[in-house]
Design a protein around this ligand. Structure first.
Ligand code: C2O
Ligand code: CU
Ligand code: CU
Length: 430
């Protein structure tokens, strides 16, 4: 769905629907009946008007992940709750300077976010570039995982799944298992990849092809960076250039160790999977223009810091039969409590400490984070993202410019089971 005259209007209905996954008819949660939901294509300065209907059996709401829009009123307000049978009119206004890139939407009702995302509720939002990057073609790859029981219903998570973060045995690209695409040698493609899994980290490789990372989330490097592989935490997106070379390649996700709930417990089973067959053959394509270098980007390392904070992510009480506690600074989520207050205009440096034995992808709404340091290793590029990995028993340092928008919203672990279990805090900027 594309915006016209600065507006995009749509109806989005969340409902259980019959879909076909890996050749079998199954029932999944869907937006407008499909997996994934419709792709929204907009530009900086646009207004999205979205009539949302909840036809699920449980409360839900909608979050526009990564969009720099107000977190208040009927904009990207995660405190809204839409009951079964209810509806809500959302309106998102993108500023004239909104960064281009790929973003996404998913449910954000505390307590059932993981179940609803895992069940199939996700879709992509593309904010087009002011000047398009010269490529032969563009592809959107929304990657998600899911699992079904013998009756064709989405598998119910066990207590263990809720602690480690549920993963599905089926890993899909745009709702398909075993998808395949073709190109000609010399084609330059732009792949926009969304990790819409509720807990699975993607460690992506495309052997036999040249991959260059343009950036992660809304960030854009000065120059495209050649990569052999890269990791997307749940919630991350990658903007990748693929220069096609003759041959048969496969986009794969490799096993990733994200730790275990406690010492001695079984590790989370993030296995590898083949995602997309990429076959390149036929006539050589005409050369495509070079990708222009980015003009100098704002670099928060060069700016004055108005405040330093440490946030501590912790897991406790994971013993036999224990439900576990998931906290930030020792507290479990409470929407009535403001955990962090920031002055509008301030640049802050946050150190996110992880005392647990599992990785936690830390996500902040509205204000993008610039990655400064991961586990003591300095990040050289200007790397701006909205979800950052915080390794087990490690820490990550980011800088954030709290500017442009005011309001109350959240930060949380993007393993949505951990968020549902309380690893979320409230932030007010004003
Ligand atoms: Cu993608 Cu607060 O979420
Ligand atoms: Cu978000
Ligand atoms: Cu977590």
């Amino acid at each position: 769905l594309m915006s016209a005259d600065g507006r995009l209007e749509l109806t989005l209905t969340a409902a259980l629907a019959e879909v076909v996954v890996a050749g079998s008819p199954v029932r999944a949660l869907t937006y407008n009946g499909g997996l994934p939901g419709p792709t929204l294509r907009v530009r900086a300065g646009d207004r999205i008007t979205l009539a949302f209907r909840n036809e699920l059996g449980a409360p839900t709401n909608l979050h526009a992940h990564g969009l720099v829009v107000s977190p208040e009123g009927n904009s990207d307000n995660v405190f809204v709750m839409i009951d079964p049978g209810g509806s809500h009119d959302y309106e998102y206004v993108l500023g004239a300077d909104h960064p281009p890139g790929v973003f996404w939407y998913h449910p954000h009702h505390h307590g059932n976010s993981a179940e609803q995302l895992f069940g199939g509720l996700y879709g992509a939002i593309i904010v087009e570039d002011e000047t398009p990057i010269p490529v032969t073609r563009e592809r959107l790859l929304v990657i998600s995982d899911i699992a079904f029981d013998a009756n064709g219903d989405v598998r119910v998570a066990s207590q263990f799944d809720r602690m480690t973060g549920r993963e599905g045995d089926l890993v899909m690209v745009n709702g398909q298992v075993g998808a395949a695409v073709a190109a000609n040698p010399g084609d330059r493609e732009r792949w926009r990849i969304v990790n819409a899994c509720s807990s699975r980290y993607l460690r992506l490789r495309l052997d036999g092809q040249r991959m260059q990372l343009l950036g992660v989330d809304s960030g854009r490097y000065d120059e495209p960076a050649d990569v052999e592989e890269f990791v997307l935490t749940p919630g991350n997106r990658a903007d990748v250039l693929v220069t096609a070379a003759a041959g048969e390649s496969v986009l794969r996700t490799l096993p990733f160790d994200r730790g275990s709930t406690m010492m001695g417990a079984p590790p989370s089973a993030t296995s590898g999977a083949d995602l997309l067959a990429f076959s390149v053959g036929g006539a050589r394509a005409e050369a495509v223009d070079e990708v222009p270098t980015q003009s100098a980007r704002r670099d928060l390392r060069l700016e004055e810091v108005a405040g330093w904070r440490t946030l501590t992510l912790a897991m406790g009480g994971m013993g036999m039969g224990g439900g576990g506690s998931f906290t930030i600074d020792g507290r479990s989520f409470d929407e009535a409590r403001i955990d962090t207050e920031v002055a509008l205009g301030a640049v802050e440096e946050w150190t996110i400490v992880n005392t647990s034995t599992m990785s936690h992808p830390f996500h902040l709404h509205v204000w993008p984070m610039q990655l400064i340091e991961v586990d003591g290793a300095t990040v050289d590029a200007v790397d701006r993202r909205d979800v950052v990995e915080v390794p087990a028993r490690g820490s990550t340092v980011v800088r954030i410019a709290f500017e442009g928008l005011t309001g109350t919203t959240v930060y949380h672990c993007h393993i949505l089971d951990h968020e549902d279990n309380g690893m979320m805090g409230v932030i007010r900027t004003g």
